[in-house]
Design a protein around this ligand. Structure first.
Ligand code: FAQ
Length: 322
C-alpha cells in the first residue's frame, strides 16, 4: 500500500520500510525537516508547489506595483507600497524554505523565466483601475489566506513555519483591500461603478486560484495523504465563496454569477460553472498579461545582475577575511 510505485532519485523503487515509517510520522502530525529521509516524490512535489508559490508572490507584485505611482492619496500610496514590499518578503521566505529541499535559487529563477515553472494564474490579469487594488486585496489576498492558513500545518516544517508570518500579513492585505472597496462602494455613482467593474473582473479569476476541480486535480490525493494540502481545491473554493458573498452584500455589490444562491440543504452557496478553458489557457501562458509579466521579471533579473555580482564579491571578501 505504501510503495504505490514511488521512485527514488535513481528511478528505483523507494524502500517499503522507510516509506511506511515516513507515512507514520506524517499521520502522527510530526514535522518533516530538511535533513530527514523523505520520498523523492514528496521532495519534488514540495519543490513544485513551493517554488510556484514563491514565484506567485514575486510576480504578484506587478499588477499592484502598476498603481503605486498613481494611488489617490499619500496614505493609500504608503499602504500599497508596504503591501507590495510584503509580497516580495513572502517570495523570499518561500524561496529560502524551498532551497532547504536541495534546489538553488538560481535554478528556480531559471525555471520561472523559461516558463517551465508555473505561477498563479491570477497575476496574468490586468489592473486598469484603482478599484482593482481593492478587488485584489479583498478577493486575491482573501483567496490566498483561505488556501494558506491550512498550509501553516503543512507536514514540511520550513514551509509550514514560513506560512505563519505570511498569513498574518495577508490578513492585513485583505483588510486594506476591503477598505478600498468600502470607500468606493460608499462613494459617488462613478466610484461605485468602478468597484463593481473590478469585482466583475476579478471574481472568476479569484475562484480559479484554488486550482482545477477535485476530479481534475492530479496532485491533490497524494498531497493530502502527505498532509502538504489539508483541504481539496473544491473545498477551499467553497469556503471562499461562503465567506465572500456576505462581504459583497455588505458592500452593496453584485457578484457576477446568475447561478449564485444559498442552498439551505447543503448549508453552502451554490455557484456557477468556472470557465475551465480560460483557466487552462492562462496557465499555458496565453492569458492577457502572461508575456508582459515574464518580460518584466526578465528585465528585473537582467538589471539586478550587478547586485548579485557585488553580493558574491562581498561574501567572498568576508570569507577571505575570516
Ligand atoms: N495557477 O493538481 P493540482 C498569493 C497547476 S499567492 C497556476 O490541483 P496542486 C499572494 C498546478 O501547479 C498565490 N497553476 O495542483 C498574493 C499543477 O501544475 P503542474 C499562489 C495552477 O499543486 C496576493 C496543475 O495546475 N498560492 O496570491 C493553479 O495540488 C496578492 C494541476 O493542479 C499558492 O501557490 C493556478 N491557480 O494544487 C501575492 C499556494 N492551480 O505543476 C501578491 C500554494 C493549479 O502539475 C498579491 N499552492 N495549477 O504542471 C497550492 O496550494 C497548490 O499548488 C494549488 C494547486 C492549490 C494552487
Amino acid at each position: 500500500m505504501y510503495s504505490q510505485g514511488l521512485q527514488d532519485a535513481k528511478g528505483g523503487p523507494e524502500p517499503e520500510g522507510l516509506l511506511k515509517a515516513f507515512q507514520k510520522r506524517i499521520d502522527n502530525e510530526e514535522k518533516i525537516e530538511p535533513r530527514d529521509w523523505m520520498p523523492e516524490a514528496y521532495r519534488k512535489t514540495l519543490i513544485r508547489q513551493m517554488s510556484q508559490h514563491a514565484h506567485s508572490e514575486i510576480v504578484g507584485q506587478l499588477p499592484e506595483g502598476n498603481w503605486i505611482t498613481r494611488a489617490p492619496t499619500l496614505k493609500r500610496k504608503m499602504i500599497l507600497l508596504a503591501k507590495v514590499q510584503d509580497e516580495a518578503g513572502h517570495g523570499l521566505y518561500i524561496y529560502s524554505a524551498t532551497e532547504t529541499l536541495g534546489i538553488t535559487r538560481e535554478e528556480m529563477t531559471r525555471q520561472l523565466l523559461s516558463g517551465e515553472a508555473k505561477y498563479s494564474s491570477i497575476f496574468n490579469y490586468p489592473t486598469p483601475s484603482w478599484a482593482d487594488m481593492g478587488a485584489i486585496g479583498w478577493l486575491v489576498d482573501g483567496a490566498a489566506i483561505m488556501n494558506q492558513v491550512p498550509l501553516c500545518r503543512a507536514s514540511y516544517g520550513p514551509y509550514a513555519r514560513s506560512m505563519i508570518r505570511i498569513c498574518k500579513e495577508e490578513s492585513f492585505h485583505q483588510r486594506q483591500g476591503y477598505d478600498i472597496m468600502t470607500t468606493l462602494a460608499r462613494g459617488s455613482n462613478a466610484q461605485k461603478k468602478m468597484a463593481q467593474d473590478a469585482l466583475n473582473r476579478f471574481w472568476w479569476p479569484a475562484l480559479m486560484m484554488f486550482g482545477p476541480s477535485d476530479k481534475d486535480s492530479k496532485h491533490s490525493v497524494q498531497s493530502m495523504q502527505w498532509k502538504i494540502k489539508r483541504f481539496s481545491n473544491d473545498d477551499l473554493r467553497q469556503k471562499f465563496v461562503d465567506v465572500t458573498v456576505p462581504q459583497a452584500e455588505h458592500l452593496g455589490l453584485t457578484i457576477p454569477d446568475e447561478d449564485l444562491k444559498w442552498n439551505e440543504e447543503r448549508g453552502h452557496y451554490d455557484f456557477g460553472e468556472i470557465d475551465w478553458d480560460e483557466f487552462i489557457n492562462v496557465i499555458k501562458g496565453n492569458g492577457p498579461c502572461n508575456k508582459e509579466r515574464l518580460r518584466a521579471r526578465q528585465k528585473a533579473h537582467d538589471e539586478g545582475e550587478w547586485v548579485r555580482k557585488a553580493a558574491e564579491v562581498y561574501q567572498q571578501n568576508q570569507r577571505d577575511a575570516a
